[in-house]
Design a protein around this ligand. Structure first.
Ligand code: ATP
Length: 290
C-alpha cells in the first residue's frame, strides 16, 4: 500500500528571536503561514525491514541525514512498532535551505503517512510530539494554516486566517545554513525588535495592509543575502503590499492583492532569483491525497 501526501512550504509573516535559552535553543515568536507550493511525499510499504529514500532533487541526502528518514525512525521509536520496510519517494518542489521548511514538511508528511499505513490513529497533538523530536518546524508542518508559534517553534496557537492574497517567493542562488544564522544572532544580537503585538492585532483583525506593514524578520539584521534589496525593489515596483525574508533566509516573499501584479513581479524577478513561485495561502500543513 502507498500513502501520498502533499507537504506544503511555509513563510514567516513575523519572526522575532526573543531570547537564547540555556539549552542552546532560542525562544521565538513567529506567525507562520502555509503556502501552496508543496513536495509530494509517497510512502510505500515493502518487506525490506529498512527505510529507503528516492528524491527528484540530487542535492538532497538519501540516508539517515534526510529529515524524512529521521521522521520515520522517530515514528517507529515512539509507536514501538517494528519497521516492516518502507520506501519514501520525495518529489521536491520546495527549494531547499531556503527558509521555507522544505525538509520539515517532508518529515511531517512521513509521520502523517505512517500514521495511516500502520493504522495508529494518533491525534495531531500526538503526531506533533513525535515531530518535535526531529525539528522545531515539524509540528507547524503537521498542523499548518496560520499559526502563532512560540517556544522553539513548537508551542502553536491558531490565529485568524490570512485573507486571500498572492504570494511571490523568490530564492536567490544562495543557501543559508540555519545553525549559522542562529550563531550570528548569538554573536551580534538584534538592534531592533519587531512589533509583535501590532502584528498580532493586525492578524486578528485580518487587515492585510496592516499585516504587510508589520512584517519583519530579525534574521535580516545579521544575515546578508545577495539581491535581497533588488528583489524587494522589484516587488515594490510591482505593487507588493509588503515583503520580507522567510525563516533564516534567503527566500524573500512579497504579498500582492492582485494576481496580475504578482505574475508581473515574478516575471521581472527572473535573473535575480534562482527559484520563483506565485502561490496562495493554504489552510493545511500537509494533506493525504491518496
Ligand atoms: P527551515 O525553514 O525549517 O529552517 P529550510 O527551508 O531553511 O528549513 P530545508 O529545506 O529544510 O531548509 O533544508 C535544510 C538542509 O536539510 C538542506 O541543506 C538539506 O541538505 C537537508 N535536508 C535533509 N532532508 C531534507 C529534505 N527532505 N528536504 C530538504 N532538505 C533536507
Amino acid at each position: 500500500m502507498t500513502v501520498k501526501v502533499k507537504a506544503y512550504a511555509k513563510i514567516n509573516l513575523i519572526l522575532d528571536i526573543v531570547d537564547r535559552r540555556n539549552d542552546g535553543y532560542h525562544d521565538l515568536f513567529m506567525i507562520m503561514q502555509s503556502v501552496g507550493i508543496y513536495d509530494t511525499v509517497s510512502v510505500t510499504e515493502n518487506k525490506s525491514e529498512t527505510i529507503s529514500i528516492t528524491c527528484s532533487d540530487d542535492d538532497i541526502p538519501l540516508d539517515s541525514r534526510n529529515i524524512a528518514w529521521k521522521a520515520a525512525e522517530a515514528f517507529f521509536e515512539v509507536s514501538r512498532l517494528k519497521n516492516k520496510g518502507i520506501e519514501i519517494n520525495i518529489e521536491k518542489r520546495i527549494p531547499h535551505a531556503a527558509g521555507l521548511a522544505g525538509g520539515s514538511a517532508d518529515g511531517a508528511a512521513v509521520i502523517l503517512a505512517l500514521n495511516k499505513l500502520y493504522k495508529t490513529d494518533y491525534s495531531v497533538d500526538e503526531l506533533c510530539k513525535i515531530g518535535v523530536k526531529i525539528g522545531a518546524d515539524v509540528p507547524f508542518c503537521l498542523t499548518g494554516g496560520t499559526l502563532l508559534a512560540q517556544g522553539i517553534g513548537d508551542v502553536l496557537n491558531r490565529v485568524r486566517p490570512l485573507r486571500r492574497c498572492y504570494i511571490v517567493l523568490a530564492k536567490p542562488d544562495f543557501d543559508v545554513n540555519t545553525g549559522y544564522a542562529y550563531r550570528q544572532f548569538d554573536r551580534f544580537g538584534k538592534s531592533h525588535t519587531p512589533d509583535k503585538l501590532g502584528m498580532l492585532c493586525a492578524v486578528q483583525s485580518r487587515d492585510l495592509k496592516q499585516i504587510c506593514d508589520k512584517m519583519e524578520n530579525v534574521f535580516e539584521q545579521f544575515i546578508e543575502v545577495p539581491e535581497r534589496i533588488t528583489i524587494k525593489e522589484i516587488m515594490k515596483n510591482n505593487h507588493a503590499l509588503g515583503f520580507c525574508m522567510s525563516g533564516s533566509g534567503p527566500t524573500v516573499f512579497g504579498i500582492f492583492a492582485c494576481r496580475s501584479d504578482a505574475d508581473h513581479a515574478a516575471a521581472a524577478l527572473k535573473g535575480f532569483a534562482k527559484d520563483i513561485a506565485v502561490c496562495l495561502p493554504v489552510s493545511r500543513g500537509c494533506k493525504i491525497v491518496e
